[in-house]
Design a protein around this ligand. Sequence first.
Ligand code: DGL
Length: 281
Amino acid sequence: MSNFTIKATRAPVVGVFDSGFGGLTVLRALAEQMPTARFIFLGDTARLPYGSKSQRTIARYAAESARFLVEEQQAEYLVVACNTASALALDAIQASVAVPVLGVIEPGAEAAAQQTKTGDVMVIATEATVASHAYASACRGHGLHGIEKACPLLVPLVEEGWIEHPVTEQVVRIYLEELEAEARAAGQNPDTLVLGCTHYPLLRGVLERSVPQGVKVIDSAEATARRAAAAMAERAGTCAVETDEPHIRCFATDSVAKFERLGSRFLGQPVGTVELVDLGG
Ligand code: DGL
């Protein structure tokens, strides 16, 4: 009898892209849904934040990042974990690569639709995401009314590691009080809050303590991961392949040390060695 065993050499490769390492919260959900897939994560840390930049710049940065994942890292499926890039550059990303691309906005709106009873949905996000009204439009597609608020101070606070911090708590309360007042003034009765930014799931504890009782906090990561897993499962046999390659490989365009230091908090496990990549200016 032969002791030769047949072992497949590669698992499906999913590329995951974010402006920084906040998108590791989405990668975490993806890895839970697709334990046999390989993930290549790129954090464009050199050019973060995207949330305060123009559509044109965001689209250029995002398309370059997508091409790196597909052309250099052979990703067969792309998840845009960055809400800002999903809101402003999904078409540009899709036009720049020849693989399916999934953003986080539509899954976020779908998750809200499954949870809301009143049909009124609050969304917090970066300035660029809010200015695009991508969430309001996705909510409309589900028959919901979305009210959006930019919370530009939250990304730097999370980047600073100020998660359970009195300053962060105070900032969150002020933003949410303003948003709730705007919703009331518009005659709405919101019962859900969508976290429309990769960094906000880290503040889930603070946010849940700060929303009025009965308001559900929704993170698009899980809904995105479920969609990605379903799409990958449709690709014949892709989810049952063994591999010797690392399950997760992370690249960053800058600040590798910070990525390694803070990334595990987002990923929920050590990120390992992060490789530096230069995508130009
Ligand atoms: N990744 C961005 C998002 O989800 C937040 C950080 C940034 O502004 O680049 O919108």
